[in-house]
Design a protein around this ligand. Structure first.
Ligand SMILES: Cc1cc2nc3c(=O)[nH]c(=O)nc-3n(C[C@H](O)[C@H](O)[C@H](O)COP(=O)(O)OP(=O)(O)OC[C@H]3O[C@@H](n4cnc5c(N)ncnc54)[C@H](O)[C@@H]3O)c2cc1C
Length: 400
């Protein structure tokens, strides 16, 4: 490649799930795309529950059958009160069949998802470079991304999928508002002796949700939101000690458990970009929004970001317009704003409502859920609302 190599319509910076999906979707929309995807420094041992909107988008890209094979369906969602408080919420069980679905979502190991996505990057309009962006310059007419080896690439649109410490976001001058939460999440996978029956169970505890999400077979993933002071103890506990503690905390719902593989510890907080696009840069995934792992919303939002920028970029090119023009940037910012902000606010509210010792808050949460779960219309709205069917629907994300 010469030192001022190819110019593409779009450069996607970052090879995490949001970046890979954005690159595939852009190329299939007819956008000449370069993906900068350096090898990640470590393996991602988390799992992701892909909800309705993500399934639709991945179906539209022709990737769903491959992903579904390795995923576990979440046919029911159980919310249980795991607190010892005076006001306790009755258990609620939602069934996807009530809203005519086979499943609310599908849980898959992030590494498996990444492997499927990486295996589907072969497209005539997609060039993959396994290097990081080192610097970014933006003028009115174009953006220039310089790689570690000094090569510089020109483009009209940058899709910033470079994660929470996004270099692209800084280059576009977009600030963030950050609110740390006093909790950490510990994420791990485990095997168990009783079947999960395709039910994802979220225990609401005094420190936050403790959520068992089915994996294929007699395995589940666990996301345990705990107080910061407990995280270190849980990180260093022996696998047997931790397994016994999980059995107790889950009331032996899936029988005896055995923790397998490494544990990830994640300090929680909410960080939302002030704008979701500016100066030829559109934020996709955690560059635009970091939210706590409550209700499986984070990557599902990121996938909707990826689909929306691909749709807008493709539409602009088909009309002979600049895919990074101010009108595309403004439309992206506007179209993604309500979805991201409302879900971030709901997740933060739920996280904080569990922490408070203020009795009326528990009463309101308990009553709200109780009432909503008993009224069929509200019950169905609640179920559909969590799936994230938003303005970006699958019918608008075309396959190649
Ligand atoms: C415990 C836990 C459980 C979760 N569970 C769920 C769930 O069930 N459902 C859900 O929807 N979400 C979930 N999430 C959120 C989800 O994991 C994240 O939203 C998602 O992983 C973010 O993906 P991303 O592609 O935006 O960022 P990342 O995965 O962080 O990818 C960013 C990529 O950019 C690369 N990069 C960085 N800088 C550069 C550069 N300068 N040049 C090139 N590349 C660069 C990095 O190497 C990395 O590969 C969970 C989060 C946690 C913490």
């Amino acid at each position: 490649m010469d030192r001022n190599a190819s110019a593409s319509d779009a450069i996607v910076v970052g090879g995490g799930p949001a970046g890979l999906i954005a690159a595939i979707a852009l190329a299939r929309e007819g956008v000449q795309t370069t993906l900068l995807a350096p090898k990640p420094p470590h393996t991602d041992h988390r799992t992701t529950a892909l909800l309705g909107s993500s399934v639709d988008i991945l179906k539209g890209l022709g990737l769903w059958t491959l992903i579904e094979r390795a995923a576990a369906p979440l046919r029911k969602l159980r919310l249980a009160d795991g607190t010892r408080r005076l006001i306790r919420t009755p258990e609620v069980l939602f069934d996807a069949a009530e809203i005519g679905l086979d499943a609310f979502g599908y849980n898959i190991a992030n590494e498996t998802l990444l492997t499927v996505l990486r295996a589907n990057l072969d497209h005539p309009r997609l060039l993959v470079i396994e290097q990081a962006a080192k610097s970014i310059g933006i003028t009115e007419d174009l953006a220039r991304v310089t790689l570690a080896d000094g090569i510089s690439l020109e483009t009209r649109l940058i899709v910033a999928a470079d994660g929470r410490n996004s270099l692209c976001r800084q280059a576009a001058g977009i600030g963030t508002s950050k609110r740390p939460l006093p909790q950490h999440a510990i994420a791990l996978n485990l095997s168990h002796t009783r079947p999960h029956n395709d039910i994802s169970t979220e225990f609401h505890t005094e420190s936050g949700p403790f959520t068992l999400v089915p994996l294929q077979g007699m395995r589940s993933s666990l996301v345990w939101v705990c107080r910061a002071e407990d995280a270190e103890r849980l990180r260093t506990a022996s696998p047997d000690e931790l397994s016994r503690e999980i059995e107790e905390k889950s009331h032996f719902l899936v029988g005896e458990v055995q923790v397998d593989g490494p544990r990830g510890i994640f300090p929680l907080g909410v960080e939302i970009a002030d704008r979701f696009a500016d100066k030829r840069v559109a934020l996709a995934g955690e560059s635009g929004h970091v939210i706590p792992p409550i209700g499986a919303q984070g990557l599902n939002l990121g996938i909707r970001d990826a689909a929306e920028i691909a749709r807008l970029g493709g539409e602009a090119l088909r009309q002979g317009l600049d895919p990074g023009s101010q009108s595309v940037i403004a439309a992206y910012d506007l179209n993604r704003r309500a979805d991201i902000r409302s879900r971030a606010a709901a997740v933060e509210l739920l996280g904080r409502s569990l922490l408070t010792e203020f009795l009326p808050v528990h009463l309101a949460r308990g009553l709200g859920l109780e009432i909503a779960s008993r009224i069929p219309f509200l019950r169905r709205s609640l179920m559909r609302g969590g799936l994230g069917h938003g303005p970006t629907d699958a019918s608008r994300t075309k396959s190649a």
